[in-house]
Design a protein around this ligand. Structure first.
Ligand SMILES: Cc1cc2nc3c(=O)[nH]c(=O)nc-3n(C[C@H](O)[C@H](O)[C@H](O)COP(=O)(O)O)c2cc1C
Ligand code: SF4
Length: 414
C-alpha cells in the first residue's frame, strides 16, 4: 500500500492547542514570511493553484485578489468557514480539533495577504471539541508576541474571534455565514454584491474553508512548485477525503489531490465491507453527482471529475455496496435537503419538499409513473432557480441517480 501523504495531518502537527509543540514542528515560519511580503503570498497561492475545499473548488487567488483590491470600510473581514454540516463530510473538525494552530496560522497569513483585520472562526456549534480547541488556541495567540507582530505588519490590530455557527446546514453557505456573523438569521443573500465587495456589515470579506486555509502555511514555506508536485496532475497538493459508508476502514485520508477512487476505497479504505461489490459512491457530501464502478480510475480532483460529469465537492465519498437500494438513499438525502432549505425562494422551498414527498412515495411502493415524470421535470426546471446553490446541488443528486439507476426507480413504482 502506498504511504499516506501527511502534510496537514502529519503526526508532529496533531498537537491540539499546544503552541509550543506546534512551533517546534515549524509552525510560525509562514506568518513571519507573510509579514515581510504579503503580496508574494498571493503570487504563491496563484502559482500553487490552490482551490477552495469547501465544495466549489473555486480558485483561491481570484477571491484573495478581489478582497486585497478593496479598501477597508472601515474593517475587512476573514471568515474561516468551519460550519461542516453536510452528511459524510468530517474533515474540518479534525483539523480544528487536532491542529488548530495550523489553521489559525493559515488564516493570519491570508489576513495579511488581503489586508483583513478581523478574523472570525465560524464553527459548527455541535463540534464541541473543535470549539474548545480553537478557543484555547486563540487564547494562546492573544497571549503570544506573534499576534502583535502580525498586527504590526498589517498596520492595525488583528482581531481573532470565535463565533459558533447556528447549527443549520444552510449556515455554511457564504452569505448565510456573513448574515449570522452580523447577528442575523443565516439566510443566504443574492449576489452581487459579492462578499469581497460587501460582506460583514458592508465590509469587504474573504471567506474560506478550514482546509483551504490549512494548506496556506505550507505553500508559503515550501513554495508553489513543491505543492503542485504533491498532487496527481491536474490535481495539485493534497486533499482530505472523508471516506464513509460500506467500507472497511472509514476515516479521513490525506492523499495526493487526484488519487483515484480505486486507490482510496481499495488500497486505503481496505475495500468494501464483507467483500461486497461496489455499487455507487455519493460524492460531495451527497449534493454532487454519483460515481459508479466505471469511474473507479478517475482522479478525485476538481477538473477530472468535472470532465466526467461529476464534482468533487468537499471530498466526501460515501460508499454504497451492491444490495443497497439507491431510491431509499436518495430519498433520505432529499429529506435532509428539504429540511435544510431556508425557504426564501419558492422554487427551493416547494421544489425540495415536493421532490422529498414524491421520492418517499416511490420508495414505499406507492409511486406512479406520473410521479416519476414530475421528478424528471423538476430536474430540468429547478437548477439555478434559487439564491444559493442548495437547490442546484439537490437536483444534481437526483438527476445523477436517474442517469445511473433509472431502472430502480421504475421497479419501485406501484
Ligand atoms: C448549502 C451550502 C452549504 C455550504 N456549507 C459549507 C460549509 O459548511 N463549509 C464551507 O467551507 N463551505 C460551505 N459552502 C460553500 C461556501 O458557500 C463557500 O463557497 C466556501 O466557504 C468558500 O471557501 P473555499 O473557497 O475555501 O471553499 C456551502 C455552500 C452551500 C451552497
Ligand atoms: S435556494 Fe433554497 S436554501 Fe438557498 S436561499 Fe433559496 S430557499 Fe434558501
Amino acid at each position: 500500500m502506498e504511504p499516506l501523504t501527511s502534510i496537514l495531518l502529519h503526526p508532529e502537527r496533531r498537537v491540539g492547542a499546544d503552541m509550543a509543540r506546534w512551533a517546534a514542528a515549524g509552525g510560525g515560519q509562514a506568518l513571519a514570511r507573510a509579514a515581510q511580503d504579503p503580496a508574494g503570498v498571493r503570487v504563491a497561492i496563484r502559482e500553487a493553484d490552490l482551490r477552495g475545499m469547501g465544495g466549489s473548488g473555486f480558485t483561491v487567488w481570484r477571491k484573495w485578489e478581489a478582497v486585497a483590491a478593496e479598501l477597508p470600510k472601515p474593517d475587512k473581514y476573514l471568515i474561516v468557514n468551519g460550519n461542516e454540516d453536510e452528511p459524510g463530510t468530517f474533515k474540518d473538525r479534525m483539523l480544528l480539533e487536532e491542529t488548530p494552530h495550523q489553521v489559525i496560522e493559515g488564516a493570519l497569513v491570508a489576513a495579511l495577504a488581503v489586508g483583513a483585520n478581523r478574523v472570525v472562526f465560524y464553527v459548527n456549534p455541535d463540534l464541541k471539541q473543535s470549539l474548545a480547541a480553537v478557543d484555547a488556541a486563540i487564547a494562546q495567540w492573544h497571549a503570544s508576541e506573534r499576534l502583535a507582530q502580525a498586527s504590526k505588519a498589517l498596520g492595525r490590530t488583528l482581531e481573532l474571534s470565535l463565533r459558533p455557527a447556528s447549527g443549520h446546514y444552510i449556515g455554511g453557505e457564504e452569505t448565510a455565514a456573513i448574515s449570522w456573523v452580523e447577528g442575523g438569521f443565516p439566510f443566504p443573500r443574492g449576489k452581487p454584491p459579492y462578499p469581497a465587495q460587501a460582506g460583514v456589515h458592508g465590509c469587504p470579506t474573504l471567506i474560506n474553508n478550514v482546509e483551504t486555509l490549512a494548506h496556506v502555511p505550507h505553500i508559503v514555506v515550501h513554495g508553489a512548485e513543491w505543492f503542485r508536485s504533491l498532487g496527481k496532475a491536474p490535481g495539485t497538493g493534497t486533499k482530505l477525503y472523508s471516506l464513509s459508508g460500506d467500507v472497511l476502514h472509514p476515516g479521513v485520508y490525506e492523499l495526493p489531490m487526484g488519487t483515484t477512487l480505486r486507490e482510496l476505497i481499495f488500497e486505503h479504505g481496505g475495500g468494501l465491507l464483507s467483500g461486497k461489490p461496489l455499487k455507487a459512491v455519493f460524492t460531495g457530501g451527497p449534493s454532487c453527482s454519483l460515481l459508479t464502478p466505471v469511474n473507479l480510475d478517475v482522479g478525485l480532483d476538481f477538473d477530472s471529475l468535472r470532465a466526467c460529469g461529476g464534482s468533487l465537492g468537499t471530498g466526501a465519498m460515501i460508499v454504497v455496496s451492491e444490495g443497497t437500494g439507491i431510491v431509499k438513499r436518495v430519498a433520505e438525502y432529499m429529506r435532509f435537503f428539504a429540511h435544510s432549505s431556508c425557504g426564501q425562494c419558492n422554487s427551493c422551498k416547494v421544489g425540495t419538499a415536493t421532490m422529498s414527498r414524491l421520492l418517499d412515495r416511490i420508495d414505499t411502493g406507492r409511486g406512479t409513473a406520473a410521479d416519476l415524470d414530475t421528478l424528471e421535470n423538476l430536474c430540468a426546471l429547478l437548477p439555478g432557480s434559487g439564491r444559493c446553490h442548495l437547490i442546484s446541488g439537490t437536483v444534481q443528486l437526483l438527476d445523477s441517480s436517474f442517469r445511473h439507476f433509472h431502472n430502480e426507480y421504475r421497479q419501485a413504482l406501484r
